[in-house]
Ligand binder design. Structure first.
Ligand SMILES: [Zn+2]
Length: 278
């Protein structure tokens, strides 16, 4: 008999490269102030998901918080995620099913025309939804939809189409979000997702652009944190849950398209799509 020593334990890590925490963000409504957020995020290495109302893009507006131009979307949000926020920002619970479908699909298709990839994420306008809305958008290829609810245990999401976040960026209850992150990160055994959302125009309206730095910069630059968009979280979660480990623990099959990291007796091993013999 061949002398083969199988590992005693193989863990499928929660995030790529065995990172302990995932940090993700999202910003709604697609106004010109998003440019300043993206510029800062690119400098700090943070990722954002930007939920856009396609019908409002390129409108001729004189307001300081005018909407973005269609022509800039693809380049501006490169490396980030563009997601659905409906075409015209209605309260979806007040619409019949057909209008909900129109609002979501029209937005999805218009954004896909701009960015050139399947747009699968969403945030509800004003966070408003109910069970009927969920069931309608479930048929439209939307993978997750963010609400405005705070939920400390929001990921993996029990209902991805009613996905809460850690908090709004200006939430101070019980402490400002950057202090909350400091505590979360500071506890070495803590693992999970830290998710902050907001609107870039809130910095402008509150005359407090300093807050962009105070709130978000402290989240950046941590070697054991995975900085990801909303959809990247869901895609990785799907990939890791599909991983097949042989009963004898000598091989692993990854049927997905993303590399998944496993921990083999304390050693991190990347499993590319396909078969990996350990
Ligand atoms: Zn909105």
């Amino acid at each position: 008999m061949k002398d083969i020593k199988a590992p005693s334990r193989i863990e499928i890590t929660q995030f790529p490269k065995g990172k302990r925490i995932a940090v993700t963000t999202s910003f709604d409504d697609g106004v010109t102030h998003d440019r300043r957020v993206v510029e800062a995020f690119n400098k700090w290495g943070l990722k954002g998901t930007f939920n856009l109302n396609s019908s409002f893009l390129s409108r001729k507006e004189k307001r300081s918080d005018a909407h973005l131009e269609t022509t800039e979307i693809s380049k501006l949000f490169e490396g980030h995620e563009v997601a659905v926020h409906t075409a015209t920002h209605p309260l979806l619970t007040r619409l019949d099913n057909l209008q909900i479908i129109d609002e979501v699909l029209n937005d999805r298709k218009a954004l896909e025309d701009l960015v050139g990839y399947p747009v699968r994420g969403m945030a509800y306008p004003c966070g408003v939804y109910d069970q009927r809305v969920i069931e309608v958008i479930r048929t439209l290829g939307i993978v997750y939809s963010r609400t405005c609810e705070n939920d400390p245990r929001h990921f993996p999401a029990k209902e991805p189409l009613a996905w809460g976040s850690t908090a709004h960026m200006f939430n101070n209850d019980p402490v400002p979000v950057n202090e909350r992150f400091e505590k979360f990160y500071g506890q070495e055994w803590m693992t999970g997702v830290f998710y902050i959302w907001g609107h870039s125009y809130e910095f402008d309206r509150s005359n407090n652009w300093k807050a962009l730095e105070t709130i978000f910069k402290p989240l950046s630059g941590k070697p054991d944190v995975w900085y990801c968009t909303n959809i990247e979280l869901f895609d990785y979660e799907k990939a890791r849950t599909q991983l097949v480990i042989a009963a004898n623990k000598l091989s692993v099959y990854n049927p997905g398209s993303l590399t998944v990291t496993i921990n083999v007796d304390g050693k991190l091993v990347d499993v590319k799509p396909g078969l990996k013999v350990l």
